[in-house]
Design a protein around this ligand. Sequence first.
Ligand code: NAD
Length: 256
Amino acid sequence: MTFSLAGKTFVVMGVANKRSIAWGIARSLHDAGARLVFTYAGERLESSVRELADSLEAEGTLVLPCDVTSDEDIAACFAQIKETAGTIHGVAHCIAFAKTEELKGEYLNTTRDGFLLAHNISSYSLTAVAKEARSLMTEGGSIVTLTYLGGERAIKNYNVMGVAKASLDASVRYLAADLGKDGIRVNSISAGPIRTLSAKVIGEFNTILKNIEDNAPLRRTTTPEEVGDTAVFLFSNMSRGITGENIHVDSGYHIL
Ligand code: NAD
């Protein structure tokens, strides 16, 4: 039983900048001794992700493009990982997107296009990624995705993203059921609100943060480091009996 991930390789998908929760997970994985593969969406992000990856000064770190709306991109990315890194031991899926105008006002106004876009990027991508990652997890593995309370409850302004998170949460259970026989576990972390690039576009985000500070049992907002350390637990053999589970890392807010 150990938290050490030395000699193991993890794919971290969804670093955009130093505020990204994926970057918090990457740092915790790095501290646990893991080798990292970063994937990013679109050329625009390449330099910032490379810069962050380089700052770890770790040997063998890979940085690869992967737009999860493209099956070809996902297949090419994991083929490249297989060729360069060989076996992998886990994937951190930290990816979501919805149209800014649909993250405020009434959920009722969600367009078909916006609904499909949010579900494609924020939910289906986990299934598409798990399918490609499976063949690289020859020693078993652990897949961790990030969800939010808005998938369990109707939270103001979260709207279509909440519906996509509910779909993602169900996917975690179905994927866990499929992949358990291969020794692959699938779990989610429900993070409390954290000020990141994606979160900033959610209507009245400052009010949401203030509410957590005032009312959550721990009376403080969640940090990417707290999420990162829980991810390391889910990636390590300390959590070997857990799959299909959702762990709230939200200062206890979900119990209220
Ligand atoms: P972020 O903006 O730093 O990360 C979102 C990432 O999704 C970005 O790196 C972006 O490039 C990536 N992405 C978007 N479209 C993509 C595509 N087509 N292909 C590949 N990648 C794509 O924001 P974050 O808050 O760190 O978000 C990470 C995850 O955490 C998301 O799933 C988000 O819903 C979840 N989450 C965030 C919070 C919060 O308050 N910040 C709370 C709970 C859950």
